[in-house]
Ligand binder design. Structure first.
Ligand code: WQD
Length: 346
């Protein structure tokens, strides 16, 4: 706890909660604010079980400038912010764009204005490979041209990156690191925390684990007629704990003054592209559990294939995804079984 306080917005969410655990392991004191719009307060129990001590939490909505300001008045000595709080469903954003623009953009602007007021100099921002759209050349590097987003969700990530770049240009005291996640999957090896989507999962892995658990009848594979070896879409699936560890590395980099520019961008992936059908086969091999599926029509907004060139993050951050796909898929299954024991998550 001696390394200082880190404000974790959205810290009861999937990536946020795993990052809170790794921050504790690294000697920081994480403080969580979350409005619980897409997460469950029980996550705090899981974090406490893993780390051995409770984490400070307050129910605050980052869109509410005044409550955020009152919170920061109470919590001085915050050395950095890890900003996860955002809406993140591609499909939902198409149907409800204003919710996404309001939530994802206003939250960031409030935080940046209050960082200046309270002299908080460092922020890690949760971005996404979605900003690339369907790249012409693979793997994508941090210099791959950004294409028009294929959803309002992707637009908000692109806009937030622009806001951070402009804010860092205007204020040399502001340090920002933008982490472009590929596809986070899996759960903490303790099975005390993991992905806990509300309602019917949008993302592939929770749908697979719920199908394997019999909660869902069968998985729909959204298209097998893409220009890929087996016809299904390809993504770069990264273990959530490996991803969380990259956030600690990025925060250390700024807190210790090691960042080379006051705005830096890193791809966080494994560098390996894996198809939907390969994920199903690998899950069945790793767990011994069948996943009934059918081939369904393509999903609007899906890109065909994307995976990361991770050499810049590997070299500059000294960070690399380490967990195998099999172990990651097994962690997701172990978490699903734990949820059933706790009668949660379906
Ligand atoms: C992966 C693949 C689907 C469900 C999005 C965001 C990204 C990040 C992760 C927040 C695709 C296929 C899925 C299903 C399927 N969001 N699929 N049947 O869309 O790559 O990325 O979520 O951090 O920013 O863009 O992830 O898991 O939804 O889909 O066939 O029931 O699985 O078509 O090819 P996606 P996903």
């Amino acid at each position: 706890m001696g390394k200082g306080k880190i404000l974790v917005t959205g810290g009861t969410g999937y990536i946020g909660s795993h990052t809170v655990v790794e921050l504790c392991n690294a000697g920081y004191e994480p403080i969580i604010i979350d409005n619980l719009s897409n997460s469950n307060i029980n996550v705090l129990e899981g974090i406490k079980t893993i780390t051995g001590h409770p984490v400070t939490y307050e129910n605050i909505d980052c869109k509410d400038y005044n409550s955020l300001e009152r919170f920061l008045e109470k919590h001085s000595e915050i050395v950095a912010i890890a900003h996860f709080a955002a809406s993140k469903s591609v499909g939902e954003s198409v149907n409800n764009p204003l919710l996404y623009y309001r939530n994802n953009i206003l939250s960031l602007i409030n935080l940046l204005q209050l960082m200046a007021k309270f002299n908080i100099k460092n922020i890690v921002f949760s971005s996404s490979c979605t900003v690339y759209g369907q790249a012409d050349v693979l793997p994508v590097t941090e210099q791959t041209p950004i294409k028009p987003a294929s959803s309002p969700y992707g637009s908000t990530k692109q806009m937030c990156e622009t806001i951070l770049q402009d804010a860092a240009f205007a204020n040399k005291d502001l340090n920002a690191i933008l982490l472009r996640y590929f596809n986070p999957i899996g759960a903490h090896p303790s099975a005390e925390i993991g992905e806990l989507p509300n309602g019917i999962p949008n993302n592939l892995l929770p749908y697979i684990t719920q199908t394997a658990a019999g909660i869902r009848k069968e998985l729909s594979v959204f298209g097998d007629d893409y220009n890929t070896p087996d016809g299904s879409c390809i993504r770069d699936y990264i273990n959530v704990v490996d991803l969380a560890k990259a956030h600690v590395v990025a925060l250390n980099r700024m807190v210790e003054g090691q960042n080379k520019k006051n705005i830096e961008i890193f791809n966080l992936g494994t560098g390996e592209g894996v198809s939907v059908l390969e994920i199903i086969r690998t899950f069945e091999k790793a767990t011994g559990v069948k996943v009934p599926y059918k081939i369904a029509p393509r999903r609007a907004g899906d890109i065909e294939k994307v995976w990361a060139d991770t050499s810049y993050a590997n070299k500059e951050l000294g960070w690399k995804a380490e967990t195998s796909l099999e172990d990651t898929l097994l962690s997701a299954w172990n978490w699903q079984k734990k949820l059933a024991e706790k009668n949660l998550g379906n």
